[in-house]
Design a protein around this ligand. Structure first.
Ligand code: KIV
Length: 254
């Protein structure tokens, strides 16, 4: 467990001190407690819970009420880790809606919120921060836009136009003063460039080793959702297989 409460300032300090930042998703009380006891400084209540917990085909089905429910469960663990709540699809379309949604997640126990997008959501980011809620960005492959991308999770920054877009979006988020940005499926050289150029902490997922930190969906790391594992994850456990074996042994022994 981190000896003191982790805040966005802690994360800024970790970037400045070149200390690697580990982040994982947590959607419920026991996992939040376990990850916190392991000293993970950022717990993201990600809308990936829509797939790995709720059984939706993608994150576009997740509602704000579902996010609040899971943020409350994580907050009951009272972690030293910073609790970041994901704003779900269509919950931050206007500045008024973004502030109201972010406040609902904070009331549920989030200490910062995350939303997907760059310059196009700058007014929403500024409005959220103006009411005192710290903001984490999310650039690169944006899962909430997967349907617009024809259902494919595509790597970003592969050509010069893609690189320029990512750098411009990063500049917008830096201008807004966000403390951290998730870089999802960004080509490693572009992720490295963003990490070197901007003051926010970059938290990579499938974006190479040169980000300030890394985040994974905990179910991918532990094999707890064995029907799909992203190519860039090497599971450290095989919980799904272990559960099948253990319950089989128990049932066979009746
Ligand atoms: O929803 C989520 O879990 C995320 C991570 C994959 C970064 O956004």
């Amino acid at each position: 467990m981190n000896p003191v409460k982790v805040t966005p300032e802690t994360i800024r300090g970790m970037k400045a001190g070149r200390r690697r930042i580990a982040a994982l998703t947590a959607y419920d009380y026991p996992m939040a407690r376990l990850l916190d006891e392991a000293g993970i400084p950022i717990l993201l209540v990600g809308d990936s819970l829509g797939m790995v917990v709720l059984g939706y085909p993608d994150t576009t089905h997740v509602t704000l009420a579902e996010m609040e429910h899971h943020v409350r469960a994580v907050a009951r663990a009272n972690p030293s880790a910073l609790i970041v709540g994901d704003l779900p699809y269509h919950s931050y379309s206007t500045t008024t809606q973004a502030v109201a949604s972010a406040q609902r997640l904070v009331t549920a126990g989030a200490e910062a919120v995350k939303a997907e997008g760059g310059r196009e959501i700058l007014p929403q980011i500024r409005a959220i921060q103006a009411v005192g809620i710290p903001f984490m960005g999310h650039l690169g492959m944006l899962p909430q836009h997967v349907l617009e991308e024809g259902g494919k999770y595509r790597i970003k920054g592969k050509d010069e136009a893609g690189r320029a877009r990512l750098l411009d979006d990063s500049a917008a988020l830096a201008e807004a003063g966000v403390f951290a940005v998730v870089l999802e499926l960004v080509t490693p050289p572009v992720a490295k460039e963003i990490t070197a150029q901007f003051p926010f902490a970059t938290i990579g997922i499938g974006s190479g080793p040169d980000c300030d930190g890394q985040i994974l969906v905990t179910h991918d790391l532990t094999g707890a959702f064995p029907w799909f594992t992203p190519k860039f994850v090497q599971p450290k456990l095989h919980v799904g297989e272990d559960v099948r074996r253990a319950v089989r042994e128990w049932a066979d022994g009746l």
